[in-house]
Design a protein around this ligand. Structure first.
Ligand code: F6P
Length: 328
């Protein structure tokens, strides 16, 4: 299909929601309409594509949403889309609705689905990195990450008050799905004593390291940020170990959970989502297909789906040392 055959663009959000998804929906919709395209909103991610929950989108549909958390399109995780039969139904609905291209806003799993679907039906699909985890390769940051980091910062600041009053050791678990960006930068932002991250879980026993380095030092309370992970055992696992091996510590655990996914997006996330949303339509106009929009040193870039999904995004390990130095 050439760019001139493009008439109608479908947009969906998929996987875990992230603050800023609405700002992205708004930017995609308005840029598409500005360029003369028809837009259709697909509800509940790939699920809505399979069941045909598709509605026409005008500029008014995206009014007053830039500041809202969540996603007005709703979202879902859709195992059915991982089957050829599910994707066939999705494709049939696209044809029925006259949708010639898709913009998919989501994380790793959503873009994996997009890559398979695009290859199978020769469809132009553009991805936007929408996830609080910041774990997509080829983009410095993802939509929702900054807001989640700020939510973590506010929560940890509050926990620090009670940790300090009671002279306790707190393990605070943050999200990340086997990626330590939220934990590591959350630790830096809150002045935590340490971050425990999955990226180095097979190389060092981070807990033993922490204790050996005398992490409490002259302090009488400590905060350790832990990325959720099967590899490290998460905050609960670490707390159990400390209780058994170092009973002198008064240990508590807080799992921040889904609070990290909600809330009004930060200015950074709104700006990122707006720029990336516009870029998604520009990419289609330029004849790009099957790329994720990324941001690299403030410049928008196109990252092939394969690269974005299959490579592990590197984390700056030097920052672990920075956390350690700054907590003496
Ligand atoms: O990918 C976003 C994320 O919030 C991860 O950090 C977390 O592991 C997962 O989604 C939680 O998923 P659910 O909302 O399905 O429990």
């Amino acid at each position: 299909m050439s760019e001139s055959d493009l008439k109608c663009i479908g947009i969906l959000t998929s996987g875990g929601d992230a603050p800023g998804m609405n700002a992205a929906i708004r930017a995609v919709t308005r840029t598409a309409i500005y360029n003369g395209f028809e837009v259709k909103g697909i509800l509940r991610g790939y699920k809505g594509l399979i069941t045909g929950e598709i509605i026409p989108f005008k500029t008014q549909n995206v009014s007053n949403i830039i500041q809202q958390g969540g996603t007005i399109l709703k979202t879902a995780r859709c195992p059915e889309f991982m089957t050829p039969e599910g994707r066939r139904l999705a494709y049939e609905n696209m044809v029925k609705e006259g949708i010639n291209a898709l913009v998919v806003i989501g994380g790793d799993g959503s873009l994996t689905g997009a890559r398979i679907f695009a290859a199978e039906y020769n469809l132009p699909i553009i991805g936007l990195p929408g996830t609080i985890d910041n774990d997509l390769y080829g983009t410095d940051t993802t939509i929702g990450y900054d807001t989640a980091l700020n939510t973590i910062m506010e929560a940890v600041d509050k926990i620090r008050d009670t940790a300090s009053s009671h002279e306790r050791l707190f393990f605070i678990e943050v999200m990340g799905r086997e990626a330590g960006f939220l934990a590591l930068n959350g630790a830096l932002a809150t002045g935590a004593e340490a971050a425990i991250i999955p990226e180095i879980a097979t190389e060092v026993d981070q807990l033993a390291d922490l204790i050996q380095n005398g992490f409490r030092k002259s302090k009488n309370s400590s905060i350790v940020l832990v990325a959720e992970s099967e590899l490290t055992g998460g905050a609960m696992g670490l707390a159990e170990r400390v209780k058994n091996e170092y009973p002198q510590y008064d240990v508590r655990v807080t799992i921040l959970g889904h609070i990290q996914r909600g809330g009004s997006p930060s200015a950074s996330d709104r700006i990122l989502a707006s720029r990336m949303g516009e870029a998604a339509i520009n990419a289609l106009l330029e004849g790009q297909r099957n790329v994720m929009i990324g941001i690299d040193d403030e410049e928008l870039v196109y990252v092939p789906f394969n690269k974005a999904i299959k490579n592990q995004k590197p984390i700056n390990r030097d920052l672990l040392n920075t956390v350690k130095i700054l907590s003496i």
